[in-house]
Design a binder for this molecule. Sequence first.
Ligand code: CMC
Length: 444
Amino acid sequence: MSATTSVSNEPMNSSSFELRNPATGVTSELPVRSGTIGPQVLDIAHLARDQGVFTFDPGYSVTASCDSKITYIDGDAGVLLYRGYPVDQLAEKSSFMEVAYLLILGELPTAPQLQAFSDSITRHTMINESLLRFFNGFYHNAHPMAMVSAVVASMSAFYHDSMDIYNPRHREIFSHRIIAKLPTIAAAAHKHALGQPFIYPRNDLNYCSNLLNMFFAVPCESYEINPVAAKALDLLFVLHADHEQNASTSTVRLAGSTGANPYAAISAGVAALWGPAHGGANEAVLAMLEQIGTVENIPKYLAMAKDKSSHFRLMGFGHRVYKNFDPRAKIIRETCHEVLAKLGRQDSPLFELALRLEEIALKDEYFVSRKLYPNVDFYSGIIYSALGIPRSMFTVMFAIARTVGWVAHWLEMISDPAMRIGRPRQLYTGPQQRNYVPIALRKR
Ligand code: CMC
């Protein structure tokens, strides 16, 4: 704490810390709250009332913004659990639809429950024809994340009067609609960029097969969906489905906490995901690998990544929470081997380069001492590329999967009777109060 305030090192008892301000002599107790697993948290809700100070934590590195039952990360051990289930078990045994059910409803479904859930999602895949015409307003080279964010935001105009956020049935319809329509919107953005006709969703296909069909089918010839591609996409979606209070999820929660239309809140999440420090890294990794080009160039680019005067960072490396291997990156790396082999692309030079880059970086003192490991975005683009998905669509793929997490978190927040608007404070460092000077009297 500051020079005038101190926190004793020892907890006063197992459930609170004593905080004493030496300047005023005022003491107060800060309750320590325990979750089911993970570090305890200091409850500072009454700190300003009792001590007249706020906390300062730019980037929210040590701030728990809410309690949540959805996803748990142990960044030191490299563990990720969805509703308690390890992500590697889900990746091996489950499916994206089952994981969506789990994240949103809290338990693994029975077979009839999963069927009913998937059927409902399938029946919501079409989008209003007027919404489809929005794409004509975008230039052919508009970035798909901009199109997807804008079109998702405009869904709030279609479903505003029929959306009462306090009505559980309305919330359920919203959640099925947005999960169902994201692939359709993404495919429309892709087709718009190509100048090809939009392909309508097909209800006889599962979630990922339908997505591939909408992306790659054309009206003039039949398109055969490759089951290897559909399975690989499903796995990537399982791994990207949720990641607790990351920047885009926190954005959805913050926007949603005002009572805003949830489609608008999801659109804000898409916008937050786009940045290269977050989901946009998958696109940036491929650009970086192409820029590096050959193994011989790796040392030069590693030196640039370590040089603080350069803006270059090793994209797909490092994570705010993981200080060990990102468990998702490990699974995706293994899947790369399998998928590339099955698609006859085992000689992918970019994958070879990525493997070598990882190997060299993980022996480098800079990356070792900072615990910078490959994250989920390091290898995902290699699989997307092998499936024929263009680089500019990679983050859209991430957004489709993460919509499930955003929905789960929005639902958890909105159905909590204790929900309050999210409203951080600041340490003001601007001018003190001063008087207005008429323009004729101002000197510079
Ligand atoms: N390349 C080079 N140096 C790095 C990198 C990197 N990729 N990541 C972190 N560092 C350095 C950073 O310069 C700092 O060094 P120093 O202590 O000397 O100042 C130290 O490591 C700690 O980094 P930080 O910026 O304080 O860490 P953060 O938690 O604020 O940032 C991060 C996390 C993911 C934004 C960052 O690691 C990064 O920019 N990585 C590259 C982009 C990326 O791959 N993003 C995807 C994240 S995972 C998927 C997702 O979130 O959607």
